[in-house]
Design a protein around this ligand. Structure first.
Ligand code: DX5
Ligand code: ZN
Length: 220
């Protein structure tokens, strides 16, 4: 079994001490930086944009996993590549020509991800699963950190895992929203490969220990 990965979500970091929090992730057992970009249109919240990503890239020493919660993401694919994104995830619900968007992401040398909202059935990905490097299963409604995990996610992950295996695809399954020590092991058991965690990591008194604990649970 391959190692399960932990991706702290920078959305929950202390933005007045961003460099400190980035160094904390660099020096921890975390695997990726999860970066949430929200436009106030696709989701009812605005997070941060290019200058902040640029600042993060400058200090981050691990894979940069960018989750775009924006309409018409094709407009910015080249720019995200130049700002250091290694994985670029667009929302299924925001793309009219999803296959084309995925090809455009790969053409810029990035891995291509697709995020699905809690209401989106995994079956809708069946015809292009082989073209997707990562499916980000939203386990909360996107837009905010600190929300409660939606229990129906386990079943979606199981269905998705089955589909990936059946098609012989190499797609990774990432879970985003409300991940804690309470659901990490069960998510991995259902088929998850990458766990995003925002509040659970950054609200902890000992953040590196919390990341270490989550990684241990995910790989037990
Ligand atoms: C939600 C974002 C998540 C969020 C997760 O729209 O996509 O990545 O930061 O935060 P927690 O772990 O606090 O639910
Ligand atoms: Zn996210």
């Amino acid at each position: 079994m391959s190692t399960k990965l932990i991706a702290p979500s920078v959305l929950a970091a202390d933005f007045a001490n961003l460099q400190r929090d980035i160094e904390m992730i660099n020096n921890s057992e975390a695997d990726w930086f999860h970066i949430d970009i929200m436009d106030g249109v696709f989701v009812p919240n605005i997070s941060f944009g290019m200058p902040v990503l640029q600042a993060i890239s400058k200090h981050a020493t691990k894979t940069i996993d960018v989750h775009l919660m924006i309409v018409d993401p094709d407009r910015y694919i080249k720019e995200f590549a130049s700002l250091g994104a290694n994985i670029l995830t667009v929302h299924y619900e925001a793309c009219t020509h999803l296959h084309r968007s995925l090809q455009a992401i790969k053409a810029e040398g990035m891995k291509a991800g697709v995020a699905i909202n809690p209401h989106t059935n995994v079956k809708l990905l069946k015809d292009l699963i082989q073209d997707i490097d990562l499916v980000c299963v939203m386990s909360v409604n996107p837009g905010y950190g600190g929300q409660s995990f939606i229990e129906a996610t386990y079943d979606k992950v199981r269905q998705l895992k089955k589909m990936i295996e059946k098609k012989g695809a190499k797609t990774l399954i990432e879970i985003d929203g409300g991940v804690t020590d309470k659901n990490a092991a069960e998510l991995v058991k259902a088929g998850a490969d990458v766990l995003v965690a925002g509040s659970y990591v950054f609200k902890a008194a000992d953040q590196p220990e919390t990341i270490k604990g989550l990684k241990k649970l995910a790989n037990s």
